[in-house]
Design a protein around this ligand. Structure first.
Ligand SMILES: C[S@@+](CC[C@H](N)C(=O)[O-])C[C@H]1O[C@@H](n2cnc3c(N)ncnc32)[C@H](O)[C@@H]1O
Length: 326
């Protein structure tokens, strides 16, 4: 006897038609690894932008992928929770990863990510010494720091992880709130500045490690509190970084995300290595929910002193299991 599915006939036919084409299958396989911009996908597939956009539109119309516009760029990702999501995952699993075109797509994606990561590294190497001043340019530092202390500084935790620690400012700010602190950053220059800053401030219970937060080793954590302060917008797929952070979180622990609300300042992308033009509450909510985290606290702090009008948001994401089950 036929088992009951959830997708009606017409939707399923639409899904099959949308996925049943080589380029679109390649796009789905790429998007299974995380969100990508149209430009990234054009570079990887080596096809014209109008062509790739046409394929993406078909996939979006069938509900298999979701489009997210940000300034001059558009990002796409698999539409989690939509009809066909599990089917697409199954379909991709059936693909032979050694098929030459898929293998080449995968290689190009790795090269692209490496190049983007090197561009960010070059930027942070150049600004490491002056980062504390630059950070202040666009965002209202003192009010944000007061909010961070209010949200995360009241209860002393055993282990605090500061991912993308930069100059180590969060470890310094929250120094009274943890037994042991670890700051992780991939930039050698930032790591050097952070180490000397902590030494000058005589903060001996925090250490700095040079590592990639998109590739944390299994021994990292478990942490009671993980901080991602002005870090996620440097990644094409912030949800993936949150997933890595989640793995390093202790049961019942919290992740504090501090980032910019959506904006349209393209120069931050072209001149300051940003990849995403801010993060929306809806995006954070969806990523958190998928990771079993609840938004325990949320604050939004507009910068009224700046013409750019950037708003900083704070999200405290708490493990839903709340220490009750392993
Ligand atoms: C804007 S700074 C924020 C630094 C710090 N959290 C603060 O708010 O002052 C972003 C930091 O993320 C680091 N970063 C970027 N990509 C990274 C990666 N893949 N792994 C580790 N750190 C990374 C950069 O080197 C940089 O120091």
């Amino acid at each position: 006897m036929m088992e009951h599915g959830v997708t009606d006939l017409q939707t399923l036919v639409g899904i099959l038609k949308a996925g049943g084409e080589p380029t679109r299958l390649r796009l789905l396989a790429l998007l299974a690894g995380g969100e990508l911009s149209v430009k990234d996908m054009t570079d990887i597939l080596g096809q014209s932008q109008p062509r790739v956009s046409r394929h993406l539109k078909l996939l979006a119309d069938s509900g298999l992928v979701k489009r997210h516009a940000e300034g001059a760029w558009a990002y796409y990702g698999l539409a989690s929770g939509a009809p066909g999501y599990d089917f697409v995952h199954w379909l991709i699993g059936e693909l032979d990863a050694e098929e030459p075109r898929l293998e080449r797509d995968c290689e190009r994606l790795t090269i692209l990510r490496d190049t983007q990561s090197k561009q960010a590294q070059t930027y942070f190497a150049q600004v490491a010494e002056s980062w504390d001043r630059i950070r202040n340019l666009h965002v209202p530092d003192s009010s944000v720091e007061a909010a961070i202390l209010d949200i995360a500084g009241n209860e002393k935790v055993e282990l605090l992880l500061d991912l993308g620690t930069g100059t180590g400012r969060m470890l310094e700010l929250l120094a009274g709130g943890y037994e042991r602190g670890i700051g992780i950053d991939s930039s050698r220059e930032m790591v050097a500045v952070a180490r000397s800053k902590l030494a000058n401030a005589e903060i001996g219970h925090a250490q700095i490690r040079q590592a990639d937060i998109a590739d944390l080793d299994a021994e990292t954590g478990p942490a009671d509190l993980i901080v991602l302060h002005q870090v996620l917008h440097y990644f094409d797929d912030p949800g993936l970084i949150l997933t890595h952070a989640r793995r390093a979180l202790r049961i019942g622990g919290s992740i504090l995300v501090v980032d910019i609300a959506p904006h349209d300042l393209e120069f931050l992308r072209t001149e300051h290595a940003h990849r995403r033009l801010g993060l929306s509450h809806t995006q954070i909510e969806a990523w958190a929910d998928g990771l079993g985290l609840d938004i325990a606290q949320f604050r939004s702090i507009p910068n009224r002193d700046s013409e750019e009008g950037l708003t900083v948001c704070l999200w405290l994401l708490k493990d839903r299991t709340d220490g009750r089950k392993a």
